[in-house]
Design a protein around this ligand. Sequence first.
Ligand code: G1P
Length: 182
Amino acid sequence: PLGLGHAVWCARDLVGDEPFAVLLPDMLHEGETPCLADMIKERAQHGGQVIAAYEVPNHETHRYGILDLHGETKGTPRIHAMIEKPQKGKAPSNFAISGRYILSPEIFDVLEHQPRGAGGEIQLTDGIAGLLGQESVLAYAYRGKRYDCGSKQGFLQATVELALEHPEVGAEFRAYLSQLSF
Ligand code: G1P
């Protein structure tokens, strides 16, 4: 209830002393390979913590955690800074955090003392930002599609697009949509 950083901190005894993944289920990824599986591969190759990212238009940056990649966007660039829900016009880039993280347990010590940030909440973004000087944190830009089901539009788009492709309900749903007049 105190924010995403607090929710993750509450899992510290379950996680113990090993790397772990955080999945925010309102962010849906769809493509040939699962986003988290790709991130696990990147971590095996490069080490460090890995955060999924995707590019958003300028007018949406204030809704997300935004990454400063020092202009590097190829491969899995290092994250130099990150800011949760920057004010309009103050985002360091267009790369938004996309609801998937591979983190190391050191984050729990940081979160324990993390003051409230954007929206009065204890933010995971601020906690990870506190580790950037000591640990390598990499951004992974997923190549598939993503839907932000935390917004009404994203939820509707995911529902319609994935229903159309679905082997069980797709054909009937397509027929239903096509007889609607709009
Ligand atoms: C959370 C994170 C934010 C991230 C977003 C989408 O925000 O705090 O950094 O960009 O999820 O994954 P929320 O949607 O809970 O406001």
